[in-house]
Design a protein around this ligand. Structure first.
Ligand code: ADP
Ligand code: MG
Length: 328
């Protein structure tokens, strides 16, 4: 059973809300606005290395949640922070809070509550070791009631777009594990910044209100996350691999690694969205206004299934899977 089957089987029930389990945010109508609510947990040893920079962690813990709000087109309003800390390390806490509030202030998002506990001490081979540092954030944003967007609204014939470039965070990880070809210091710094300090596409998400028919933020890999739009919109898609936007650093890597990082890497926090072909100029203007590049990478199809085509029209292997906590 994979992560998504597990959620579908045990934690998915009918709801009268506009969106819930299975979307980037729950969407709850409250007067003229719709509240978008999302929660994400980061666990040491699973989502980040135990030696990760505390300031960057503070940034990333909030960024991944703001990225889900961006997918829904919501403006960040406030957030809640829950921590399980192995110890009260003031140097660590000061740096973590600095990274957290720098991003929160950029987006006018207030911390309004949370919970703090001590992570339990564990015994490994008779030795006492710290339980994992765990950071869980719940973020709340707002969208005008008439402008809500989910993963489910794509239509056959819509263009498929992605913001920024994909695969850089995965390249930083591949470099760390020795799988990447040589990467110069400047390129490595760019890729590490993408991994450690992702920029949630909040402005773009807001400007795409009423233009994008569906959206998701790419957290688990482009094709895997596209699969969630296909499933919820009950469509297929054709993706043009040469069009998939990649950084210069990634383009210098072997083709197989480029594909793996860009199509299945994860941790990109770019927006993957659909929009009618008639809205192309408006989409480009929205992106220019948000200061982010967007690239058209394919088309939504009425027939189910995902096809990824090479420059010569040949079908590429699409078994690249997104990140799955319980997959093999
Ligand atoms: P995202 O990457 O956008 O944060 P996830 O892949 O983590 O989303 O989760 C997929 C969907 O399943 C989301 O709608 C999330 O809210 C929901 N979900 C995940 N775990 C649970 C759970 N334990 N109970 C209820 N819903 C869950
Ligand atoms: Mg998401």
């Amino acid at each position: 059973m994979n992560e998504f089957e597990l959620i579908a089987r045990y934690f998915t029930r009918p709801t009268r809300e506009r969106a819930g389990v299975g979307d980037d945010c729950a969407l709850i109508d409250a007067g003229d606005v719709t509240l978008a609510i999302t929660t994400d947990m980061l666990l040491a040893g699973r989502h980040f290395f135990a030696d990760a920079d505390a300031e960057a962690l503070g940034h990333k813990a909030l960024a991944v949640n703001l990225s889900d709000l961006a997918a829904a087109g919501a403006a960040p309003r406030c957030f809640f922070l829950s921590l399980a800390l192995p110890r009260a390390d003031e140097v660590w806490l000061a740096a973590f809070a600095r990274g957290l509030f720098a991003l929160a202030d950029t987006h006018g998002c207030a911390l309004l509550g949370g919970d703090t506990t001590r992570a339990p001490e564990l015994r490994v081979d008779e030795r006492a070791v710290d339980g994992p540092l765990t950071i869980s954030i719940t973020a709340i944003g707002e969208v005008p009631r008439t402008a809500v967007r989910t993963r489910a609204g794509a239509r056959a014939g819509d263009d498929l777009w992605v913001s920024g470039t994909v695969g850089d965070a995965a390249l930083a990880l591949a470099h760390r594990s020795g799988e990447a070809a040589a990467l110069d210091a400047a390129d490595l710094a760019v890729c590490r910044a993408r991994l450690e300090r992702p920029a949630p596409r909040v402005k773009l998400g807001i400007r795409l209100r009423k233009l994008a028919t569906a959206a998701i933020d790419v957290s688990d890999g482009l094709l895997g996350d596209l699969g969630h739009i296909l499933e919820r919109s009950q469509l297929g898609a054709r993706v043009d691999w040469p069009a998939v936007p990649r950084s210069d650093a990634l383009r210098q890597q072997p083709e197989a690694l480029q594909r793996r990082c860009a199509l299945a890497g994860g941790d990109d926090y770019e927006l993957l969205f659909t929009a009618p072909a008639s809205a192309r100029a408006e989409v480009l203007a929205a992106a220019a206004g948000a200061g982010v590049a967007v690239t058209r990478i394919g088309t939504m199809t009425a027939h189910a299934g995902l096809e990824v085509l090479d420059a010569d029209g040949a079908l590429l292997d699409t078994t690249y899977r997104g990140y799955d906590h319980f997959g093999r």
